[in-house]
Design a protein around this ligand. Structure first.
Ligand SMILES: C[S@@+](CC[C@H](N)C(=O)[O-])C[C@H]1O[C@@H](n2cnc3c(N)ncnc32)[C@H](O)[C@@H]1O
Length: 199
């Protein structure tokens, strides 16, 4: 592995896709909880292929327009102009292989329209129940601004509680940066995982 200045430390967005890609199978059901500009939506759509299904959520029309354009020829992607807190309306419990969250605001749009800590925690609990055994939950947090820092701390605390319920959890991020660097949290649901969407 060649660790150049451009590639190390890896950006959490790149790392998340690199870690998830080998785990996703053609035909899987997966969820993009924060569609944004659609980069993760496209990534997921390519991984699962036409026999799979991608459910993508965003509360901003501008995001949905951008994300839809990116997967125009991929009818196995379905968009919801709805909060990710509602994701359990659209998939059965224990049926989903991967749920991706990339928190924060839509680049280029109003920075005040950001993910919100209580809504995010609700959505994470929903994802917890939707993932099948062996499923993966990835969350990119942005502690570099005040509301992002509160959200990142709450999400990390929630994720750190999962191992007691039979999950494996890891945190990846750069250290020693001028501002708190974004980090990736990745959780794998064990075969014997307990706890429900409301846990
Ligand atoms: C950092 S961007 C996501 C980037 C995206 N994953 C990509 O690949 O381009 C965060 C997105 O979360 C969306 N968002 C904020 N609150 C939300 C909510 N409650 N439910 C779903 N999406 C939300 C924002 O509108 C924004 O588009």
């Amino acid at each position: 592995m060649n660790l150049t200045e451009r590639s190390f430390p890896p950006r959490p967005t790149v790392l998340a896709q690199d870690l998830l890609k080998p785990q996703i199978r053609a035909g899987d059901w997966v969820i993009d909880a924060t569609a944004g500009n659609g980069y993760d939506t496209l990534f997921l759509a390519e991984c699962v292929g036409a026999s799979g299904r991608v459910l993508a959520f965003d509360v901003q029309e501008a995001a949905l327009v951008a994300a839809r354009e990116r997967v125009e020829e991929m009818p196995w992607v379905e968009f919801f102009h709805q909060s990710h807190g509602e994701m359990a309306e659209h998939a059965a419990a224990a049926s989903v292989a991967v749920v991706m969250f990339n928190l924060g605001y839509l680049p280029g749009e109003d920075h005040a329209l950001t993910t919100e800590v209580n809504e995010t925690l609700e959505a994470l609990k929903a994802a917890q129940g939707l993932l099948k055994p062996g499923g993966l939950l990835s969350v990119i947090c942005y502690p570099g601004h005040p509301s992002g820092a509160v959200e990142a701390a709450a999400v990390e605390e929630w994720m750190a509680g999962l191992p007691a319920l039979g999950w494996r959890v890891a945190k990846y991020g750069a250290l020693g940066t001028r501002r708190a660097a974004p980090f990736l949290l990745l959780a794998a649901k064990g075969a014997q995982a307990t706890g429900s969407a409301s846990a």
